[in-house]
Design a protein around this ligand. Structure first.
Ligand code: ATP
Length: 206
């Protein structure tokens, strides 16, 4: 299968979560318009996404939910799960580790890194914190392919470079620094301040 568009992958993750939450045990089939309504998408959008992953529903019954969940898992997840590292165990970093590791997903934060001596070799947010000097060694040992950056913005580029040199293939950047890599690394930026300022702007106009 060709690489799916980013927005499709985002929606597949949303579909799967919604199906697991509301429908798994209650009913066996779902129509595209029902799934669309739950997520405020259009039925056409849902059908197009599901067609892209090779899933066709029956006109009479809709889509088989278990089948959908299984297929989406095969597309989004890795067979043996993926290990994640978090760099910068401040307030945000600790909150993210607690939140994500509680979810019991296929993705697990297995190592954390910081430079503050008070945090090294301690369990913070449920994960052992290593010194950043050990990044490359630990990443290889733990087979970590994804990094989450939660350091102060001015440190982000240097941290991202170390992650890439250590073989990481995907980065989620929680800082306001703008990073840039070639096609070898997939980068997702989550700028909370911009999101909040957007909400603030539009809330003022209501
Ligand atoms: P705290 O008060 O616990 O340090 P904070 O949320 O106020 O938390 P920030 O200044 O946002 O801390 O920094 C986030 C974390 O990133 C801190 O734990 C800091 O020690 C760590 N950090 C800063 N620079 C680096 C770096 N180059 N590599 C790894 N961690 C770093």
């Amino acid at each position: 299968m060709n690489l799916l568009p980013e927005k499709t992958v985002e929606r597949l993750s949303q579909y799967r979560r919604m199906l697991l939450k509301h429908y798994c045990k209650e009913k066996q089939f779902i129509f595209s318009h029902e799934l669309a309504a739950l997520l405020h998408f259009t039925p056409v959008q849902v059908r197009r996404d599901l067609m892209l992953i090779g899933c066709s529903g029956s006109q009479r019954k809709g889509y088989d939910i278990k089948n959908l969940i299984k297929l989406m898992g095969e597309i989004i997840d890795s067979k043996y799960g993926q290990n994640v590292a978090l760099i910068g165990v401040g307030n945000l970093g600790r909150a993210i580790m607690r939140y994500l590791n509680k979810k019991n997903s296929n993705l697990k934060i297995v190592a954390a890194f910081d430079i503050n001596p008070d945090k090294i070799n301690k369990e913070l947010g449920g994960v052992n914190c290593h010194h950043s000097d050990e990044l490359s060694e630990v990443l290889k040992k733990e087979n970590i392919t994804i990094g989450i950056i939660c350091v102060p913005a001015e440190q982000a580029l240097q941290v991202a470079d170390s992650l890439v040199k250590s073989g990481v293939k995907g980065i989620l950047n929680f800082t306001t620094a703008t990073l840039n890599f070639g096609d070898d690394v997939f980068l997702e930026e989550y700028d909370m301040i911009t999101s909040l300022e957007k909400v603030a702007y539009f809330s003022k106009k209501r």
